[in-house]
Structure formats: C-alpha cells, structure tokens
Write a protein that binds this ligand. Structure first.
Ligand SMILES: Cc1cc2nc3c(=O)[nH]c(=O)nc-3n(C[C@H](O)[C@H](O)[C@H](O)COP(=O)(O)O)c2cc1C
Length: 303
C-alpha cells in the first residue's frame, strides 16, 4: 500500500503518534510518505506567554485559519490511503489542520481518497472530529478511520500540565504534577491501530476499519468531558466573534476582550465546571439515552 501522511505538529507529539500508527505498515513494506503542513507564518512554540497563546483563540474557533504554504500533491496522487495527523485548538481543528481542510488543492486531492484522521490532543476532541468529518464529507473524501490519542490524567490536572508545557516549554513531571501530553506508553501503543489498518487493507475490508479502531480504544468517548466540551464550544462561539469584531490576530484593540476571555476561562475551568459536573452527574440517569446517541455519533466516521 502507498500511504501519504499530512501532518502538523509543534512539539513533535502528533508526528510521533502517527509514526507509531504507521510502524506496522512500514514493517510489512508499505511506502509511507510524511508531508508537513506549514503555516506561512509559523505559530510560536513554546508560546511564551498567555497573551500569545490566547491570540490564536478567535480564529481557531471561527475556523478562519492562517494560510499555509502551497503543497505539491503530485507525488501522492496514487496514494491508497491518506492520513491527516494533528491536534485540536480551542475545541476546533488546529488552524493549520483547518487550513489544510479548506485548501483548494488539498480538497481536490482528497476527493475519493480513503482518509484516516489521527488527533493527538489533551482530551477534548469531539467538536474537532465533527468539523473534520463535515469537511471530508463536503469534499467527497472517504473518511474511514478516526484515532485519538489523549492525556489520561484528570481534566484539571491536564489543564495545568498542558499550560506549563505549551506556554513555558516545561513538559517533564514537576512536584505533584505528572509530565504533560500524551504518555509515552500511549504513543508506543498506537501501533495497535496500525496493525488493524494493515489487516483491513490486506482483506480490503475498509468498512470495518472504524468499528475495529473503536474496539481498540481509538475514540475514547467520555460523556462528562463531551458535556463540558459541548458547553464550552457554545460559549466560545459567543466570545470568538465578539473578540474578532475588535480586529485580527495581534491587533491592539482586541487585547482587552482577549484578557477578559482568559479570565473567564479560568473561572469556568476551576470554579463553574466542577459545579456543572455535579449537576451533570445528579441528572445522569435522565441523560442515558442522549449519551448512547452521542457515543454512536462520535464513533461514526460517515456522519
Ligand atoms: C492554542 C492551543 C489550543 C489547544 N486547545 C486544545 C483543545 O481545545 N482540546 C484539546 O484536547 N487540546 C488542546 N490543545 C492541545 C493540543 O491539541 C496538542 O495536544 C498540543 O498542542 C501538542 O500538539 P503538537 O505538539 O503535536 O502540536 C491546544 C493546544 C494549543 C497550542
């Protein structure tokens, strides 16, 4: 099989993850080609301070990504399988991944191709998945598999560790806090997904890829996290245009609103969401039907 992997990564985590997924394919002799998605203006890493980090919020949530460098697809025209590897930013595909999905050349290339999306994120991937699914469907691509690798520590612990890592570059465990990001064990274990892909392709049984990836833990659905993500996504959808009204990335006029959003986010994360979760669990029994439906939706690549 010929596999083309289009990826964006800042720390290297998403690339490492997709390389582990592809390892069993490479071992059996498949040709795997890795192609970077590169923003015209690179995003900083580490981000250095909270203001820079939050600058990326409105455009990420509004799916108005910064442009990427042109990609030459000629060497990938006959790929049997395409993988897109990246991450979520502000409950949306990261700007480079969204830019790729909106890119005219990429859309023409992906039309009719089998596509697997690999998302190495913190723990909130549901809205990203829906957007990727929507985009792939709209361009006529054949979305065959979704693989999520995520941080397994409790939500508030991973908020602290990821901020420390992404803004200040400190990934290692410190004091009571574990190392940030997807664990090495999880990344090493991602080859189990590649084994499924190898098997499915050998038997030309692509319709069964997604159910088999799900059975291996490829779409780690946790209803309480998705509840928080859906709520956050709605509220981000109010803040993002409000901030954007004051100007584009870097504009001085929007700094006040961005700061207000930052404080709002801390309040929601550390004060409001624990109460919200209590209410969620108290009403859990009434949500069972919706949870079942939601899980079916978030594991369904065909939408
Ligand atoms: C600006 C920004 C926003 C992020 N927002 C989310 C998010 O909404 N959900 C999530 O699970 N992870 C989020 N993350 C974490 C990323 O998905 C990813 O795990 C991390 O940036 C490392 O990826 P990379 O080094 O491969 O680029 C965010 C990261 C950045 C930089």
């Amino acid at each position: 099989m010929k596999v083309s992997v289009f990826y964006y990564t800042q720390s290297g985590q998403s690339l490492e993850a997709v390389k582990r997924v592809c390892a069993p394919l490479e071992q059996r002799g498949d040709a795997v080609r890795y192609v970077p998605i590169e923003p015209l203006e690179p995003f900083p890493f580490p981000w250095g301070n909270a203001s820079t980090f939050f600058q990326a919020f409105p455009e990420s949530r509004l799916l108005l990504p910064a442009p990427i460098k042109p990609i030459d697809f000629s060497a990938d025209a006959d790929a049997d399988l395409v993988m897109i590897a990246g991450q979520s930013w502000y409950l949306s595909p990261s700007q480079p991944i969204e830019a790729f999905l909106q890119n005219e050349g990429a859309r023409a290339f992906l039309k009719g191709k089998k596509v697997v999306f690999v998302n190495a994120c913190r723990n909130m991937w549901a809205m990203t998945f829906k957007e990727v699914r929507l985009q792939l469907k709209s361009m006529g691509a054949d979305f065959v598999g979704h693989i999520v690798l995520q941080d397994r520590y409790p939500n508030l612990v991973s908020v602290v560790t990821i901020v420390r890592w992404l803004i200040y570059g400190r990934k290692a465990a410190e004091g009571l806090f574990p190392a940030a990001g997807v664990s090495d064990v999880e990344i090493q274990g991602a080859s189990k997904f590649g084994e499924v892909i190898a098997d499915v392709s050998a038997n030309d049984d692509w319709d069964n890829l997604q159910p088999r990836l799900v059975a291996k833990g490829g779409s780690p659905y946790r209803s309480a996290l998705v509840f928080m993500e859906r709520t956050g996504h709605r509220i981000f959808g109010i803040w993002a245009p409000l901030i954007r009204k004051k100007g584009g990335p870097g504009s001085k006029e929007r700094e006040g609103r961005l700061k207000a959003f930052e404080w709002y986010l801390y309040f929601v994360l550390f004060v409001a969401s624990p109460f919200g979760l209590c209410v969620y669990y108290l009403t859990y029994i009434f949500r069972l039907w919706k949870i079942k439906k939601e899980k079916a939706d978030l594991t369904n690549v065909k939408g």
